[in-house]
Ligand binder design. Structure first.
Ligand SMILES: [Zn+2]
Length: 256
C-alpha cells in the first residue's frame, strides 16, 4: 500500500498539469466504467494535493477526483504523446504533459473534501502535539491500531508504523495511555522520516518485513503478527519493544 509520502511524491509529479485545461480519456475499460474521464474532460485542473493516503485532484466547477491507490495503483507523468505499454485507467493531457493512472482500483468523484481524515502528518500546519492529543482521545486503544487510524492521523501505513515504533522502542501492543512519552517520540520520528522520504531520503529498514531476522539494536529476532484489519501486520522487537499481546501467539519467522 502506498504510504502518505508516496502520495505526496505523486502529487508533486502531477504539478506540471495544474492550471491546464485537461483532455481526459480512459483506455482501460474498467477505468472507462468509472465515468471519471467524461466528467473531467475539458475542465481546468486547479489543484493537486495529497491528504493522507488520498490524492485529490480538484478541477474547475468543484469537481474533485479522489484517488486512493491501495495496493497497486500508480500515477505516471511524462511528455504528452508518449507510447504506453498497456492501457491506463485514466489519461489526463495538458498542453505538453500527460498523466496516466494505472491499475486503479479506486477513482472516485467527490464533491467535498475527505472530511473523515485526521490531520495529514506531512502538512506544515500539523503539530506532533496535536496528533498525539488526538491519539489520546482513545486511551485504551492499541498503539499500533491508533497510529494506523486515518481518522486520527492521516498518512501512516504499515511500514512507517513498524519503523517509528522500533525507533521509539514501543510495542504496537501497548495501550495509548501506557506510553505517553514514547508516543510523542514515535509520531515525531514518523513525521521527520516521512518528510525526508518526500525529499528522496529513505531510512534503513529496521523492523518492517524483517520477521525472524535479528533486531539491528539487540539481535533478538523481529516478530510479526496481524494487526487489526486485513492487510495490516505489525513488526517489532520483543526485547526493545516489550509488551506482546496477551493470549495470542506471535510468529518469530516465516510469513511476511
Ligand atoms: Zn531489539
Amino acid at each position: 500500500m502506498p504510504e502518505g509520502d508516496a502520495l505526496h511524491r505523486a502529487a508533486a509529479r502531477l504539478q506540471p498539469l495544474v492550471g491546464e485545461r485537461i483532455e481526459a480519456e480512459s483506455p482501460h475499460p474498467r477505468g472507462a466504467a468509472t465515468g471519471v474521464a467524461r466528467v473531467v474532460d475539458g475542465r481546468v485542473l486547479e489543484r493537486v494535493e495529497a491528504v493522507g493516503k488520498h490524492l485529490l485532484l480538484r478541477f474547475e466547477g468543484g469537481v474533485v477526483l479522489r484517488s486512493h491507490l491501495r495496493m497497486s495503483g500508480r500515477w505516471r507523468v511524462g511528455p504528452r504523446g508518449r507510447a504506453w505499454h498497456g492501457r491506463p485507467w485514466l489519461v489526463l493531457r495538458g498542453g505538453s504533459w500527460e498523466a496516466t493512472e494505472w491499475n486503479g482500483p479506486v477513482l472516485a468523484l467527490e464533491e467535498r473534501p475527505v472530511r473523515a481524515l485526521g490531520p495529514d502528518l506531512l502538512a506544515e500546519s500539523t503539530e506532533v502535539e496535536d496528533v498525539v492529543a488526538r491519539l489520546r482521545t482513545d486511551p485504551t486503544r492499541l498503539v499500533g491500531e491508533a497510529l494506523l487510524d486515518q481518522r486520527l492521523v492521516a498518512g501512516i501505513g504499515n511500514m512507517w508504523l513498524a519503523e517509528a515504533l522500533w525507533h521509539a522502542r514501543v510495542s504496537p501492543w501497548r495501550r495509548v495511555e501506557e506510553v505517553p512519552d514514547e508516543l510523542v517520540a514515535a509520531v515525531g520520528w514518523a513525521r521527520e522520516a516521512m518528510r525526508a522520504s518526500v525529499r528522496g531520503v529513505r531510512p534503513r529498514r529496521m523492523a518492517y518485513r524483517r520477521p525472524g531476522r535479528p533486531c539491528p539494536r539487540c539481535g533478538t529476532p523481529i516478530e510479526s503478527l496481524g494487526l487489526g484489519e486485513a492487510n495490516r501486520r505489525a513488526y517489532w522487537c520483543p526485547r526493545c519493544q516489550p509488551g506482546s499481546r496477551q493470549g495470542e501467539r506471535s510468529s518469530g519467522g516465516g510469513g511476511i
